[in-house]
Write a protein of this length. Structure first.
Length: 128
């Protein structure tokens, strides 16, 4: 998103990473991966008899549970970050803060670094 001050949009790669992160953190993805894990375990048990099959099944289950936990953590982290950004935007909106900072999380890293530099320079001027 760009604002009235003409800030640069984030790059295609950055927006793509956000889409992937949102998809991986979605509840439906968690359920789908869980269903795939259960199906894979059933197939592994049916196909791989004996000790070797058991070891393979256990390894598969551990790997899939780890993958599920990554999705669960991503979902929680994404939801909390969105909620925090909404709360901060509201605080900026109702305070004497700069309204152009609302939605800054959608800006490029370069633009964010420029804003940070400006804020640090202003802080140094007020301290001096």
């Amino acid at each position: 998103m760009s604002d009235e001050s003409g800030s640069r949009q984030r790059g295609v790669t950055s927006r793509g990473i956000d889409r992937v992160t949102d998809t991986l953190g979605h509840e439906a993805t968690f359920v789908a991966v869980g269903a795939l894990a259960a199906a894979a375990c059933v197939v592994a048990v049916a196909v791989g008899p004996g000790v070797r099959g058991l070891v393979t099944t256990v390894s598969l289950v551990i790997s899939l549970v780890t993958l599920l936990m990554v999705f669960a953590i991503q979902h929680t982290s994404s939801r909390e970050a969105r909620a925090l950004n909404i709360k901060l935007d509201e605080l900026i909106r109702v305070s004497e803060g700069r309204n152009e900072l609302i939605g800054a999380e959608d800006e490029s890293h370069v633009q964010l670094n420029e804003r940070r530099g400006q804020l640090l320079a202003e802080r140094r001027r007020t301290v001096d």
